[in-house]
Design a protein around this ligand. Structure first.
Ligand code: HEM
Ligand code: SF4
Length: 511
């Protein structure tokens, strides 16, 4: 038995979750659709529907966002085509975003079509269940799992098994639909920490223990408006088998039963680890795991700089390559999705991968057809070698669709990066991340330069501005960046960034 939490005052989210589990709306969806969204109870509409991945967007009332689950960012061409057809058929100005968790969010969907849309997802073995609010989010893995010559462990099947355990194979699983807070899990099988292990509540990184290859387990990484923490070792090593699934189940159970439900600013997993200390936390997980945990291997195998996978790369399979296409700030439309699906069938093996940099990889392209693929119009629209700042740009949704946003992000981020690329020669990649508010969905803390939306006063007017972060590093020994500047007006960003690029990143004005 886990120790009961001393009586604590539940926050308002806990109260509505206790009154009715979020997943309960699954059985009510048909009725909701008949009623029309305007008649749905406010808490069901604004919160519980997120247990099905359905997001009411106050910025665009009547046009809903649907967040999927795409484990490891792998999609079949049939799945991608289905998603493209959904936004083409049901979406009013439908579009889709690739997210920083290798996931897809569909936009512009009408509520009356939701039951049909979810049926279409099920028909191609996709699910959107438990993808929002206090649930385990899309589980990330290396986007080149199974095709990377330097890979240590192909994590795709394990990622799928962890998702299947948490969601009961996409049906929904009441065991894990009332966590104290959201929860992120990542499995890295390569050498370059492509998943940003450090920012996940549970991360598995490859490590040898007594010459057996498995994973060291890290826990507690998270971002929030008030605090950001890197994941730390829980002094446990697991072999790459069902123990991975079971340790996830154990950690989730301990978190579910003991995490704080009083203050939502203090309810992510790391707060429980802080409260208990690692020794007690590990002991409680071990009890739930029901067998002794193996202590962590002394070192892990993450020893590369993080790759971005753009361009053409040889696969470990002789004669095949993967091709990384740059999708500016992750925004896709139906045409692009249908075209990527077609190309995956013509040139590849009917498979598409998504990356946490919000880009698309087409794997399994035969070397002799590469040249023809690169002549396809898609390579002009989504270039293999974009200009340096655009190349590494990442952005959250921002004010176009998100009610939390204090600034517009995606289009502004792109325009600024393009303009700086046009004006400057920049010797190395500079990774810029944009996020529209302190929730930090766009992860400004992992960037070389991060921007976090805020408001400022200038000449007596309220204007859009950003706090600037610097110093985030990724790959081996990743570390989080810190805020270096407050409230830089967005309208002053180009001159501000020109100076930063020249002084800190060796940029020179273009001749
Ligand atoms: C209280 C804290 C947070 C709230 C209320 C929140 C809310 C939201 C909302 C409403 C969206 C959907 C916006 C849209 O696309 O229409 C979103 C997207 C997203 N959030 Fe959060 N979020 C929070 C914190 C975080 C954190 C800490 C992370 C992880 C770093 C995160 C990761 C994401 C991701 C990956 C997306 C998808 C869009 C993208 O790639 O930017 N969120 N969040
Ligand atoms: S960071 Fe803020 S603006 Fe951006 S998606 Fe998250 S909640 Fe919305």
């Amino acid at each position: 038995m886990t120790q009961a939490k001393p009586a604590e005052k539940l926050n308002k989210f806990e109260k509505f979750k206790a009154a009715k589990d979020g997943l309960a709306v699954k059985d009510e969806l048909e009725q909701f659709v008949e009623m029309g969204w305007e008649a749905i109870d406010k808490t069901d509409l604004e919160h519980r529907l997120k247990w099905l991945g359905i997001f009411y967007r106050p910025v665009t009332p009547g046009k809903f966002m649907l967040r999927l689950r795409t484990p490891s960012g792998v999609l079949s061409s049939l799945q991608l085509r289905t998603l493209g057809e959904i936004i083409q058929r049901y979406g009013d100005d439908g579009s889709a975003d690739i997210t920083t968790r290798q996931n897809i969010q569909l936009r512009g969907l009408r509520f009356e079509d939701m039951t049909d849309i979810l049926k279409k997802l099920t028909a191609v073995e996709l699910t959107s269940v438990q993808s929002g609010m206090d649930n385990v989010r899309n589980i990330t893995g290396s986007p080149v799992a199974g095709i990377d010559g330097a890979e240590l462990i192909d994590t795709r099947e394990l990622v799928q098994q962890v998702q299947d355990m948490i969601t009961n194979k996409g049906q929904g699983n009441y065991d894990f639909t009332n966590l104290p807070r959201k929860f992120n899990i990542a499995l890295e099988g390569g050498r370059d920490n492509s998943v940003h292990a450090e920012i996940n509540d549970i991360a598995f990184v490859p490590a040898y223990k007594d010459e057996v290859l498995g994973f060291n387990v890290l826990v507690g990484g998270f971002f929030s408006a008030k605090r950001c923490a890197s994941a730390i070792s829980m002094n446990a090593w697991v072999p790459p088998n069902e123990d991975v699934v079971e340790i996830c189940r154990s950690i989730l159970t301990v978190f579910r039963d003991n995490g704080s439900r009083a203050n939502r600013q203090k309810s992510r997993l790391m707060w429980l680890i802080d409260e208990w200390g690692m020794e007690k936390f590990r002991a409680e997980v071990e009890k739930s795991f029901d067998k002794p945990l193996t202590p962590a291997a002394e070192t892990d195998e993450i020893d590369w700089d993080k790759r971005d996978h753009l361009g053409v790369h040889a696969q470990k399979q002789e004669g095949l390559s993967y091709v990384g296409f740059h999708v500016p700030v992750g925004r896709l439309d139906a045409d692009a999705m249908l075209e990527f699906a077609r190309l995956a069938e013509v040139y590849g093996q009917s498979e598409i991968r998504l990356t946490v940099e919000q880009n698309v990889i087409l794997p399994h392209v035969k070397t002799e057809t590469l040249e023809t693929l690169l002549q396809e119009p898609i390579a002009a629209r989504f270039p293999l070698e974009p200009t340096p700042l655009v190349r590494s740009l990442v952005s959250c949704t921002g004010a176009q669709f998100c009610n939390f946003a204090l600034v517009e992000t995606k289009q502004r981020a792109l325009k600024i990066a393009q303009e700086l690329d046009a004006q400057l020669d920049i010797p190395d990649r500079v990774r810029m991340h944009w996020t529209g508010c302190p929730n930090s969905c766009g992860q400004p803390q992992v960037a070389d330069i991060g921007f976090l939306g805020t408001k400022a006063r200038k000449d007596g007017k309220t204007i859009e501005a950003v706090d600037v972060y610097m110093g985030g590093t990724i790959g081996k020994d990743a570390k989080l960046g810190e805020r270096v500047e407050k409230s830089v007006p967005c309208e002053d960003l180009i001159p501000y960034l020109k100076t930063v690029m020249m002084e800190k990143f060796g940029a020179t004005p273009k001749a």
